[in-house]
Design a protein around this ligand. Structure first.
Ligand code: ADP
Ligand code: MG
Length: 238
């Protein structure tokens, strides 16, 4: 389970209206991409879904249940950021397991879940290392592993590959696609990279200035952009 419903979400910072009424449904198991220019509100929307930010108005429902007042740790969500935010003094194993430890999970369960996640991400041989002893790509995999061990219903990725070089971006993108198939989890993924959007998404949501311009499959957006903005963004001639 991991469906999401966003109903008329509005967000203002002071006098600035950053999100101007967002409505969206995400089905269980879907891979949904948010694209749009810098500053259009993508991260703010993800943070509201995660519970890291309150909406000014509107509702967030996960599996049909309103979660506006549910704290982030209780929403069944895990978020992966552009910066990996790993603890430098902890091993890979402890970085991955920390959230579970804080949630009071028993040590043997933490060990087992860490083992499963590290093998999915080819990190088995790196569990005792510190983040400083890893490459950028490996660090980002640890951050993804830290999300996987929590067994969330919903993964949120905020431009997870933008700090990686081109070759690693391709590898990690393919890895995320494989994880999506393997975990059958719902994933929402922010990027400003058209190639990532077109190759990963079941559904693309094009945002512009705090509003949804269009929602559709990559082919629908490519073949039938409904606005000049979408056409320009997706790169289709019009
Ligand atoms: P994106 O992720 O699409 O680049 P953001 O969601 O980060 O955009 O930001 C959308 C707009 O909201 C930007 O204009 C940004 O400056 C503003 N904003 C984001 N967070 C805050 C905040 N905490 N206080 C004030 N303005 C903010
Ligand atoms: Mg952002």
């Amino acid at each position: 389970m991991g469906s999401l419903k966003i109903e008329n979400i509005v967000k203002s910072f002071g006098h600035v209206d950053v999100l101007k009424g967002i409505d969206l449904e995400v089905e269980d198991g879907e891979f949904v991409i948010f694209v749009g220019p810098s500053g259009c509100g993508k991260s703010t929307l993800l943070r509201i879904i995660a519970g890291l930010e309150d909406a000014t108005a509107g509702e967030i429902l996960i599996d049909g249940k309103k979660v506006n007042n549910t704290p982030p740790a209780k929403r069944g969500i895990a978020m992966v950021f552009q910066t990996y935010a790993l603890y430098p003094h902890l091993s890979v194993r402890d970085n991955m397991g920390l959230g579970l430890k804080q949630a009071g999970k028993p040590a043997d369960e933490i060990k087992e879940r860490t083992k499963v996640a590290s093998s999915m991400l080819s990190l088995d041989d790196y569990l005792e290392r510190r983040p400083s002893e890893l490459s950028g790509g490996q660090r980002q995999r640890v951050a993804i592993g830290r999300a996987i061990v929590r067994e969330p219903k919903l993964f949120l990725f905020d431009e997870p590959l933008s700090n990686l070089d081109a070759a690693l971006r391709v590898n990690t993108r393919l890895e995320i696609a494989r994880l999506h198939r393997q975990l059958k989890a719902t994933m929402i993924y922010v990027t400003h990279d058209q190639v990532e959007a077109m190759t990963l998404a079941d559904k693309i949501v094009v945002l512009n200035k705090g509003k949804i311009e269009q929602v559709g499959s990559p082919m629908e957006l490519y073949n039938a952009p409904q606005t000049v903005f979408v056409a320009g963004f997706i790169g289709s001639p019009q």
